[in-house]
Design a protein. Structure first.
Lengths: 478, 199
């Protein structure tokens, strides 16, 4: 059985239950304790996940759980990103008088779901982890229940998410019908023995599974939910939704497609190529027409997810590591970008439109600079990390022999740079429309500064993180 | 045609009819009842496949608990379903095309060799309740526990989204009731005695 192997998950679940019980007995003005315990739980779980990284690939719990360096890297990034996101979210929740502990508890459950997905070695476990994540997310989106838009977004997300889960489950069931197996290694043995492109039932299963995964990424043509959910959800939730689960989605892609169906790469690579190119195309073009900042960032997410899919479709170690590097750094940029939106808002006022960015430099030069770094990084302009991330993806795609997709990606990035630069122009060259002071507490300020500086540092010295990413891929034999 | 096949086609026909009815009938209560009928017939199909436990659980959980609650909810809500059905005629052709394409694809796939199995590869265990119980808490304990966590999240989410203090709801505050003083309840008003003429 080897239950101890799942120590990070078991620890996190026990802590969640403890916090849940404790919170019932806390007075309303002691919510800070819940928050602090949540953060401590995240950091402690990250330590446990770090301690479990030994360069070996071990399975346990009857082959349902895998512990390897890839899982370690993904888990630590999920936990640390959530930590940062919760610090940013605290300001939003406190300002809006929705300072309740359910946000953090549901967030912790979502993190638990992501950890389960990351360490899954069995299709059933992937599905259950995904549901745990999705269910917590639906509730978080609807969390500000006095807001009609937030409920609408949650409803849309829930219905479309349920359909996507259905697609994924249907694909898994056909695969199970064909192979009789659900464990990754056994599925791989079956898939390797087949001629994938000739085997119509297997391709049929593959299409459903890839569609389910693409929905979680929000890739075109399964992107319909992204802009509405991003716009409707409270900004703190949008920040969480737009950053951390992307890492889990990549984990699902790597585990399900690369690990258990690596031999079927010619089959799923074509699908991912179409999804990725469409995402890069539509995301960048439609973002130009957006006036609402949250919608603009939503379409920008779609474009970025296209890049990640294109990196992953290569099926090479370079492609996978580039996709992992891109995902982690993108999650950092997205969290930072939404944090600035939180900073610009205050009680009774949501900073949502491009106009709210106007004259940010006059109101606070340091925040304006950090926002510029985030936007540069999303656009992929050196020396920020976004440039290196895009570069490594394009390199991997070219090495795999896809020349014209690489050219297309470059062209679309240039077109996409327009709307990021427009926002930067508004920050620096327009007169401010708001005069309310922008202020935040010390922990928020420190983290947002570190986050912004990291974007530049990682761009100048990317090899450290890239080394970790490719080492994890090599250790997991991907 | 064997007796089993006759039963299978009978229940399948009822199942399909009930499923179509669920989507098309006007009243939500009838729709829920149609859904109950389709659950019943699929439970019967499971029994035909010798999966007694799953068939019984379907009846007990879905028909017995979930759908009854569902009916309560439908009856308590003042549902106006007309706006929901407005786009039906307009969107129906697209829906039919998509459904037809998927149906044809599925038929083609399910006709392929791997699915042409007359008897199950592994014979069903004699007592499948026992067989399920034996692996649920041993081999599948990890997925089982995750499923339990999902249910906890569902409870928390439901409470988060629905439990609220409504300022307009009337409720008793016992401590205030006990602390009440005579002065809060009785007011002595001094009035002039009325004379006969005034009355």
């Amino acid at each position: 059985m080897n239950i101890v192997i799942a120590m990070p998950e078991i620890f996190l679940l026990s802590t969640i239950c403890l916090i849940l019980l404790l919170d019932v007995f806390l007075r309303e003005d002691c919510r800070m304790i819940t928050y602090l315990l949540t953060q401590v739980a995240l950091l402690a779980t990250a330590l446990l996940a770090y301690g479990a990284m030994d360069g070996e690939k071990t399975t346990g719990l009857n082959g349902m759980y895998v512990r390897d360096d890839l899982a370690g890297v993904l888990k630590i990034s999920i936990l640390l990103l959530t930590f940062v996101v919760f610090v940013y979210a605290r300001k939003y929740l406190k300002d809006r008088t929705i300072w309740v502990s359910e946000f953090f508890l549901l967030g912790l459950f979502a993190v638990l779901g992501m950890l389960v997905m990351v360490s899954a070695n069995h299709l059933l476990v992937v599905y259950l982890g995904l549901e745990l994540l999705a269910l917590s997310m639906y509730a978080l989106v609807a969390f500000n229940r006095d807001d009609g838009r937030s409920s609408e977004a949650a409803m849309k997300y829930f219905v479309l998410g349920a359909i996507a889960s259905g697609l994924l489950l249907y694909g898994i069931s056909i695969l199970y019908g064909l192979s009789g197996k659900l464990e990754f290694a056994e599925v791989l043995t079956y898939v390797s023995s087949q001629n994938v492109l000739e085997n119509i039932p297997l391709l049929f299963a593959l299409v459903f599974i890839v569609a389910g995964i693409a929905f979680k990424f929000g890739a075109v043509p399964f992107h319909m939910w992204v802009p509405d959910v991003y716009q409707g959800a409270p900004t703190a939730v949008t920040m969480f939704l737009g950053s951390v689960p992307k890492v889990a989605a990549l984990a699902m892609l790597l585990r399900v497609l690369a690990e258990s169906m690596g031999a079927a790469q010619p089959g799923w690579a074509q699908l991912l190529l179409v999804f990725g190119l469409l995402s890069v195309f539509l995301g960048n073009l439609i973002a130009i027409a957006q006036f609402n900042l949250k919608r603009m960032l939503a379409y920008s997410t779609i474009a970025h997810m296209g890049f990640i899919l294109l990196g992953a479709l290569t099926g090479t170690t370079e492609g996978y590591s580039a996709a992992l590097f891109y995902t982690i750094t993108y999650a950092m940029m997205a969290a930072g970008g939404f944090a600035i939106l939180i900073l610009l808002g205050r009680e009774g006022f949501e900073a949502e439109t491009l106009d709210d960015l106007k004259g940010l430099n006059e109101r606070n030069p340091w925040y304006a600079f950090i926002m510029m770094v985030f936007l540069f990084s999303m656009a992929g302009i050196p020396p920020t990390v976004g440039f290196y991330a895009k570069l490594s993806i394009i390199q991997a795609v070219m090495q795999a022999g896809y020349l014209w997709p690489a050219v297309f990606m470059v062209v679309m990035s240039v077109i996409g740079a327009y709307y990021y630069l427009r926002a930067i122009k508004m920050i620096y060259f327009d007169k401010p429309e708001q005069t309310a002071p922008i202020q935040a507490e010390l922990d928020f300020n420190i983290l947002i500064s570190v986050n912004g500086v990291l974007m530049v540092l990682l761009g100048l010295f990317p090899s450290a993180l890239m080394g970790v990413c490719s080492a994890a891929m090599v250790a997991s034999r991907l | 045609m064997t007796f089993e096949q006759i039963i299978f086609y009978l229940f399948s026909a009822v199942l399909v009819a009930a499923a179509v009815g669920m989507v098309t009938v006007r009243s939500p209560v009838y729709a829920a009842l149609c859904l109950i009928l389709s659950f019943f017939t699929s439970a019967a199909l499971w029994l035909l496949l010798e999966a007694e436990f799953l068939g019984l659980v379907l009846v007990l959980v879905y028909v017995g608990a979930v759908m009854v609650l569902f009916l309560f909810v439908i009856m308590m809500l003042d549902l106006n379903t007309d706006p929901l059905k407005e786009g039906l005629v307009k969107h129906a052709p697209v829906g039919f095309v998509v459904a037809a394409v998927i149906a044809v694809e599925m038929i083609l796939v399910l006709q392929s060799a791997p699915f042409q199995i007359a008897t199950p590869l592994n014979p069903a265990p004699a007592n499948n309740t026992e067989a399920l119980g034996a692996i649920l808490y041993t081999d599948y304990v990890y997925p089982f526990e995750i499923a339990a966590v999902i249910l906890v999240v569902a409870i928390i989410a439901a409470i988060t989204l629905t439990l609220r203090r409504r300022p307009d709801s009337r409720k008793q505050d016992i401590s205030q009731q006990v602390q009440v003083k005579r002065a809060d309840r009785v007011r002595l008003v001094k009035m002039k005695a009325e004379t006969k003429e005034q009355a």
